[in-house]
Design a protein around this ligand. Structure first.
Ligand code: HEM
Length: 472
């Protein structure tokens, strides 16, 4: 005789008793304000009923740790449209065993000592971009940072430059700008040619795939393939446990994923870094002295602190796949469990004087991995975190060595949602002035030879056609 296990008793944290359309409206109009108000009212776990489904939002480090460490059979990726945009083989789309295998192939070139090999590219791209900056008048920093980060990612992936990369630069921006809209808005997936959003998206994607195919053919034709260290060559030579290579479609989806996830996030954080530092003169002065002396400690602490007070991605989450998951509460299948990154980072019970920008809190101290989570955590933690840390450090170091940033008493910039990321509302405006003869580094002396590349004018136009969704 078999005994049926006792049915699980569901226990959901408290939440608003409003119709879901109203809850969705509040969430869409001002996600940050809504979450903040609910945390004040209900504490570090509350529920929400949204059109896309029911969710529990958590901001208690112990619960967050438990969620991130829960097996991937029990909780999986959040249900969203990213798979439609980035493709079925993107890390954001795959689950379970396939997800683990993709991570195993993609992680090595994005970790450890490999990071040093990208530093020269980052410095060169920063110098190329900064060569044309006007002095003594406010410059919006987010757009130039986007150009730097996209160029860096393209060079890290393909290892070379050339006409194909110029085309990819423009296409990536078109795909990510349009893709963000399609990800957020329930646009029917109808392709009636270039006049419909999906038609335009599919056309750009076909062009993107054709260029990737051409670049793959070039890499295979390279007799020095075995020595190449660019991400594309690494992917082409990688093998799954059963000895099979990644398919072309898998490679194309993962390249689009790395390009999309790996440029706007870093650019937004750098724009916030400039916005914060221009309002904190003494920290800025100490950072300039440290950069001239070849130091790193305060700069690294400042980057950690920028990511704490201004995380560009405000939420990470999982969906319950099993009958239920027990995280103090008992949350049933189908629910989303969302980590409120901004909620945790702004919690006075976790950080002394949490709203104050104070890089010194991280000098000589590593952040608590459960309470400082700008890169999410666990099995799906951001695969580009080490790359992002390296890139932010080198861009900031180069700027501090080459430029004086004027400080300002203007009010703090507000948060502006670009759909997935939150960036400074005015792009992180700053007034810069070149430090005459200050560069101690020979790598920067060829600045005058570095010019913007072809394709960057149209990149600018695409970027201006951005998608700002919320002035929060
Ligand atoms: C400051 C920069 C960045 C921030 C704040 C950021 C943030 C995040 C967050 C919050 C997640 C979700 C993690 C989770 O669910 O636990 C994520 C995932 C991911 N990020 Fe990043 N990211 C950054 C840079 C990058 C870069 C440079 C790359 C590529 C080189 C990248 C590629 C990815 C990918 C592929 C995933 C999906 C990982 C998976 O599902 O296994 N990110 N990122």
């Amino acid at each position: 005789m078999t005994v049926n296990p006792a049915p699980t008793i569901v226990r959901i944290p408290p939440g608003l008793r409003l119709p879901k359309s109203l809850q969705q409206l509040m969430f869409s109009v001002s996600r940050r304000m809504t979450l903040d108000a609910l945390r004040r009212r209900y504490g570090p776990a509350f529920s929400l009923n949204l059109i896309i489904g029911r969710a529990v939002v958590i901001s208690d480090p112990a619960l967050v740790r438990q969620l991130f460490l829960t097996s991937t059979d029990i909780v999986g990726r959040l249900e969203n449209h990213l798979g439609l945009v980035l493709g079925p083989y993107s890390l954001f789309s795959v689950e379970g065993e396939v997800h683990q295998q993709h991570r195993k192939l993609l992680a090595p070139p994005l970790h450890g000592h490999r990071m040093q090999s990208y530093e020269a590219i980052v410095e060169e791209e920063t110098m190329r971009e900064a060569a044309s900056w006007p002095e003594d008048r406010p410059v919006e920093m987010f757009t130039p940072m986007t150009r730097i980060t996209l160029n860096v990612m393209l060079r890290a992936i393909f290892g070379t430059e050339g006409a194909e990369l110029d085309e990819l630069r423009v296409l990536t921006l078109r795909l990510t700008t349009l893709g963000t809209r399609l990800f957020l808005l329930p646009v029917p997936r109808i392709d009636l040619g270039r006049l419909t959003p999906w038609g335009a998206f599919n056309r750009y994607r076909r062009q993107f795939d054709a260029i990737i195919d051409a670049l793959i053919a070039k890499v295979f034709a390279d007799p020095a393939l075995a020595e190449r260290r660019d991400l594309l060559s690494v992917m082409l030579q990688a093998r799954y446990d059963d000895g099979q290579p990644m398919s072309r479609r898998e490679i194309s989806d993962e390249i689009l994923t790395l390009l999309a996830a790996g440029h706007e996030t870093i650019a937004g954080t750098l724009a916030w870094a400039i916005e914060r530092l221009c309002r904190h003169p003494s920290t800025l002065a100490r950072l300039a002295v440290e950069a001239d002396a070849g130091g790193t400690e305060l700069r690294r602490a400042a980057i950690l602190e920028v990511q704490r007070v201004r995380p560009v991605v405000d939420m990470a989450g999982r969906r319950v796949l099993a009958d239920s998951v027990r995280l103090e509460w008992v949350i049933p299948r189908g629910y989303s469990i969302v980590v409120g990154i901004t909620l945790m980072h702004s919690d006075d019970s976790l950080y002394v004087d949490a709203s104050t920008f104070n890089p010194d809190r991280f000098v000589g101290v590593r952040p608590d991995r459960d309470a400082w989570v700008p890169f999410g955590g666990g099995y799906r933690r951001c695969i580009g975190a080490a790359f992002a840390e390296m890139e932010m450090d080198i861009v900031l170091r180069t700027l501090l060595r080459e430029f004086e940033l004027s400080t300002t008493s203007e009010p703090d910039e507000r948060w502006r949602s670009r759909g997935i990321t939150f960036v400074p509302a005015k792009g992180g405006r700053a007034v810069v002035r070149r430090r005459r003869g200050a560069s101690p580094d020979p790598a920067t002396s060829h600045r005058s030879r570095l010019r913007p590349r072809s394709g960057e004018a149209s990149l600018e136009a695409d970027r201006e056609d951005h998608c700002d969704l919320e002035g929060d």
